[in-house]
Design a protein around this ligand. Structure first.
Ligand SMILES: *Cc1c(COP(=O)(O)O)cnc(C)c1O
Length: 224
């Protein structure tokens, strides 16, 4: 068994334990393998271990990996999530290649992704990124701006609003994200995804209702 397969099994066990500790069904939590900076051989090892959903932060690197796996049988059925900051001039590559974008944080970006999503593909799944810790340097919109941006997304036929994403500061209150997520669900009942939790904060994120944990280091090892 490869190291990556062992790591994936351990992370799945940790997800089960964290879910049980707060009375949740572990099947409500999807594991996103964050493969940024890692080679395709590492992704192949994760695929061999049954992993299908991968997260990438850098547009060019992600598009190259998606292209690589598109040509290969083991690439069938993979789901690619864009999870990095997105400059407007790179939105087309995300709209054309990825299945999800986690970092929608402004109206203009929603309009661009909608215009650029190819008609032959399913609508792009989008998450609104929230700056939950209120840090000036962090990406994401203020919680007060969430509903207006969500309303815009639902008017975009080539986008599908799936939920929220956040990268909370270590000491911040994860429960605020679950309250916001519930507020969004009251207005948009189809919303089903709260993208919260990384290697160092996964149990707290699961306790706050995360349905999608983004895990890099615990699966693929430390990055350069
Ligand atoms: C890199 C990254 C992750 C994964 O972080 P780890 O600590 O390696 O698990 C998750 N989410 C985002 C947005 C990232 O940039």
């Amino acid at each position: 068994m490869s190291i990556i397969e062992q790591n994936l099994q351990r992370v799945h066990r940790q997800i089960r334990t964290a879910a049980q500790d707060c009375g949740r069904d572990p099947r409500q939590i999807t594991l996103l393998a964050v493969s940024k900076t890692k080679p395709v051989t590492a992704i192949e090892a994760a695929i061999d271990a049954g992993q299908r959903a991968f997260g990438e932060n850098y547009v060019q690197e992600g598009v190259e990996k998606i292209g690589w796996f598109r040509e290969r049988p083991e690439g069938a059925g993979l789901i690619w999530h864009f999870i990095g900051p997105l400059q407007s001039n790179k939105s087309r590559s995300v709209a054309e290649n990825f299945d999800w974008c986690h970092t929608l944080d402004r109206p203009q970006l929603a309009r661009r992704l909608n215009d650029q999503r190819p008609v032959e593909r399913a609508p792009l799944n989008v998450l609104i990124q929230i700056n939950i810790s209120g840090e000036a340097t962090k990406a994401g919109i203020a919680p007060e701006a969430m509903l207006a941006l969500a309303a815009l997304v639902t008017e975009c036929p080539r986008l599908r609003l799936r939920g929220l994403m956040a990268i909370p500061a270590p000491e911040s209150d994860f429960q605020r994200m679950s309250a916001l997520y519930e507020a969004l669900q009251r207005v948009h009942p189809g919303v089903d995804t709260l993208s919260l939790g990384m290697t160092d904060d996964m149990p707290a994120a699961i306790a706050a209702g995360s349905t999608l944990v983004r895990i890099g280091t615990a699966i693929f090892g430390a990055r350069e």
